[in-house]
Design a binder for this molecule. Structure first.
Ligand code: NGO
Length: 486
């Protein structure tokens, strides 16, 4: 839980400030150094200071203390600031990284600029003890409807890191495109990745590209959860390999935005050779524990076939040592032990999801009328969809994930919160940023802060203070009239 005790004199970052880390030989030295280098790289452009990283001196100190785990958990930290300096302590590297994000937030917003700015650079005095409410704090990017380059994904990762997201869910395949090279089925990416919504050239990640994304996310303490959506949302795969179709005929590539018209051929054995190869290669690229197998909107798959398919697909994921995540329709099949269901409804009332959660299937909450970043803010929003309604900033924030599901689902069944950004109408980084900000900041707070600290009245003021920060970062956010922007 979070405790903030403001007080005492501020510390001022100056040309003399250095960043102190444990000695190289110390077990914790490498991780602390990596985070110190990251902090210096964030602060240097605007301050113009050198901010050397050293084990003998430096007023901003990063300490790893495994004994703190009881107090702040694996992702939390303590930050103390006073006239002499700032100390960030954590049990684990992820906690140090999150403490560094809080230090950024304590500095004036222009610290985020990439050109020299006028100081001074005060850090308010006081002490913060902080750890997340939920273990899974995720943002999803749909790179299938429109393709986004490695650089675009990295830019979004950097923005999400500021709000302590720890998971990046990549929706890698859909009707309109297959975005990851699979060596044993090369046409998937080469042909199936060759277009996108609207008919543009699309694109795909080579395995090296993909490893670069995974490593970059890891450097920001974010785990990538790759999604291969099955058995529906598979037109790109069906177009790439005729044998995956029940009638043996490959459909054309698809560049529209309908859903629910495609299905893998459940009775054919080759379907499971395909799933096995894809999951095996994906598991090899995935250091994290999860593989997301989709399972949403399988409207062209008869229900009994859907259940049979999800059974086998889950077994394959398990055979490669990974944990299944599926959209919440998985609850209508037979979720295997440990499988996670991602809720994307709008009421929290679907009985089969409630029953599954009570029987031990953890839920990630991404209610479409709350956290879907692709919903229009209001009728006049130039981008986005509106099937789940308009989602203004207050609507997206003003709910409690721990008390959201009906039917007596306890908070302990909630693994976390996700903000998905579907890309039917989204094709540039500007689009991503306009739809994600401010709403992604709200979903991050719901994932991190204890229930007692939530509340729209306080939040809108905290949010208002982020405006100048986003301006300094070059983020063209939606300036909602609900927020008293600074
Ligand atoms: C639904 C659908 C997606 C759409 C999205 C658009 C889920 C899980 N399946 O969410 O295919 O892109 O809505 O908002």
């Amino acid at each position: 839980t979070a405790a903030v005790a403001p007080g005492g004199s501020p510390y001022e970052i100056t040309a003399e400030t250095g960043i102190r880390v444990p000695p190289v030989g110390a077990a914790a030295g490498v991780a602390a150094r990596t985070t110190a280098a990251y902090l210096a790289a964030v602060l240097r452009p605007a301050t113009g200071f050198e901010l050397p990283v050293d084990s003998r001196s430096g007023d901003v100190e990063l300490r790893l203390r495994p004994g703190l785990k009881k107090a702040v958990g694996p992702e939390g930290y303590e930050l103390t600031s006073g006239g002499d300096g700032v100390v960030i302590s954590a049990a684990r590297p992820a906690g140090l990284f999150h403490g560094v994000q809080t230090l950024r937030q304590l500095l004036p917003p222009q610290v985020e600029a990439d050109t020299p700015q006028d100081g001074p650079w005060p850090v308010a005095g006081g002490r913060i003890t902080d750890e997340p409410r939920f273990a899974y704090r995720s943002a999803m990017l749909d790179v299938a409807r429109h393709f986004f380059t490695v650089e675009q994904v990295k830019r979004y990762v950097d923005q999400l890191a500021l709000y302590k997201y720890n998971t990046l869910h990549l929706h890698l395949t859909d009707d309109q495109g297959w975005r990851l090279a699979i060596d044993s089925w090369p046409n998937l990416a080469e042909y199936g990745g060759s277009t996108q919504v609207g008919g543009g050239p699309g694109g795909y990640y080579t395995k090296d590209d993909y490893r670069e994304i995974v490593a970059y996310a890891a450097s920001r303490h974010m785990t990538v959860v790759p999604e291969v959506d099955m058995p529906g949302h598979t037109n790109a795969a069906l177009a790439s390999y005729a044998e995956l179709n029940c009638d043996g005929v490959a459909p054309p590539l698809y560049t529209g935005t309908s859903v629910g018209f495609s299905s893998l051929c459940v009775p054919k054995e080759v379907t499971y050779d395909f799933v096995d190869d894809v999951v095996r290669e994906l598991a090899e690229l995935t250091p994290g524990p999860y593989i997301h197998i989709g399972g949403d909107e399988a409207h062209s798959t008869p229900h009994d076939e859907y259940v049979a398919f999800m059974e086998r697909a889950q077994a394959i994921v398990g055979a490669y040592g990974k944990t299944v995540v599926g959209w919440h329709q998985l609850a209508g099949a037979h979720p295997v032990e440990g499988a996670v269901a991602q809720y994307w409804g709008t009421t929290g009332g679907e009985q089969e999801v409630i029953d599954a959660a009570k029987a031990g299937t953890p839920l990630v909450l991404s209610p479409a009328n709350r956290t879907y970043l692709d919903m229009k803010y209001h009728e006049g929003t130039p981008l986005g969809l509106s099937w789940a309604g308009y989602v203004e900033v207050r609507q997206s924030y003003d709910w409690d994930p721990g008390a959201y599901m009906r039917g007596g689902v306890p908070e302990s069944a909630i693994l976390g919160v996700e903000a998905p950004l579907w890309s039917e109408t989204i094709s540039t980084s500007d689009h991503i940023e306009f739809m994600a900000f401010p709403r992604a900041a709200g979903a991050a707070e719901l994932g991190w802060s204890p229930a007692a600290k939530l509340g729209w009245d306080g939040y809108r003021d905290r949010l208002a203070a982020q405006g100048p920060r986003w301006e300094a970062m070059g983020i063209d956010f939606y300036r909602s009239t609900q927020v008293p922007w600074d």
